[in-house]
Design a protein around this ligand. Structure first.
Ligand SMILES: Cc1cc2nc3c(=O)[nH]c(=O)nc-3n(C[C@H](O)[C@H](O)[C@H](O)COP(=O)(O)O)c2cc1C
Length: 353
């Protein structure tokens, strides 16, 4: 097999601090030096919440926090890109170092803490990115660390970006902003969703609104979330964010870092929560499956467990941008193997049997 460009670049990137490597990658993407032609695989189109996706594999939030590289990432073959998390005011995030890789575990731990340039800069960048309609771009909104009323920060995000986003995600599951995940508790969650729904109804475009949840929820909490999400007419859940759990097999030194764990060790847990969410909602709530997707087989497993769409981030760090096209080809092949003609035939098929 011939070497892929990423096989040559990876040792260089991995010799750098992960955040520096990321900044370098974003710099290259912004420069527009990447191939101009978009790579597609036919037969993977799917329509969710009124949006037509060319394929079900998206870039997860956190890669492009300030919406500077969404166009370039769409060109690598992603069916959609989620930019953010963006907070109303710019903020620096936690002290460095705050991102750690473990090649042995195919995993990353991050405690970035929503470092981003704030709503205003994001909106300016986003207008440029959307020019000429390059594809589906979701916007993931968050709350500033020092917010007096965090719910209001989310409301501001929905008000600000409803007319710029194809869909919106409310991120209440980052482990790196103290108190944030408490919004997933039943009483707060209801208030949050009601206020967000009202905010969205003030906009002209009223884009689909989704909530991104943690993989560390107690089963009872997940039930409450699904129930309230359906009651309030929210358009879907993103399952899941990173985990604060540390599986026992992780490299010892790596495992002691605080923050959210992503990558392969997250696959099983995030897929289990996805499966539970599908079962609890009886398929009435569109789900985006995220966490440890490394291959077409993984994407297919998430879809069969209940995901209408999947996303990935950490796989890209370890395998490079060709991963996206490879996943699409493999997914198509798996569907052909099973005689599946359209993705909607297999979403949640596991729970339906
Ligand atoms: C370095 C890094 C930064 C992240 N930042 C965000 C973020 O700002 N907002 C968010 O919703 N998720 C963020 N995530 C979580 C991812 O979107 C995703 O939910 C998680 O990493 C699991 O998917 P993966 O295993 O494919 O990476 C981040 C993940 C990583 C690794």
């Amino acid at each position: 097999m011939s070497a892929r460009p990423f096989d040559l670049i990876r040792p260089v990137l991995f010799a750098l601090d992960p955040e520096r490597a990321h900044a370098l990658t974003l710099g290259v993407l912004r420069s527009g030096l990447l191939p101009a032609r978009r790579r597609t695989v036919a037969g993977l189109e799917t329509t969710i919440a009124g949006l037509r996706f060319p394929n079900p594999v998206g870039l997860a939030a956190g890669f492009d926090k300030n919406a500077v590289a969404t166009r370039a990432m769409l060109k690598t073959g992603f069916g959609f890109v989620e930019a953010g998390t963006v907070t109303p005011k710019p903020q620096k995030g936690n002290p460095r170092p705050r991102v750690f890789r473990s090649p042995r575990d195919d995993a990353v731990i991050n405690r970035l803490g929503f470092n981003n340039d704030g709503h205003e800069t994001f909106a300016r960048n986003m207008r440029r990115q959307r020019n000429g309609d390059p594809g589906i771009i979701g916007i993931n909104v968050g709350a500033n660390r020092d917010a007096k009323d965090p719910i209001q920060d989310y409301v501001d995000g929905v008000l600000r970006f409803s007319d710029l986003a194809h869909y919106l995600v409310v991120n209440i599951s980052s482990p790196n902003t103290p108190g944030l995940r408490d919004l997933q508790a039943r009483a707060k969650f209801g208030e949050l969703l009601n206020r967000l729904r009202d905010a969205r109804s003030q906009s002209e475009r009223r884009p689909p609104l989704l909530v991104k949840i943690a993989p560390d929820l107690a089963p009872n909490d997940l039930g409450g979330i699904v129930e309230i999400a359906i009651e309030t007419g929210i358009d879907g859940l993103v399952v899941s964010n990173t985990t604060v759990d540390r599986p026992p097999f992780l490299a010892k030194q790596f495992a002691t870092e605080a923050g959210g764990l992503s990558g392969r060790p997250l696959f099983a847990r995030s897929t289990e929560v996805l499966r539970d969410a599908f079962r609890l909602s009886q398929g009435r709530l569109p789900l985006i499956g995220v966490g440890g997707v490394w291959s077409g087989e993984d994407a297919y497993t998430k879809i069969k467990a209940g995901a209408s769409l999947v996303q990935l981030y950490t796989g890209l760090i370890f395998q490079g941008p060709d991963l996206v096209h490879r996943i699409l080809l493999d997914l198509r092949q798996l569907m052909d193997r099973d005689g599946v003609r359209s993705l909607s035939e297999v979403v949640g098929v596991e729970g339906r049997q």
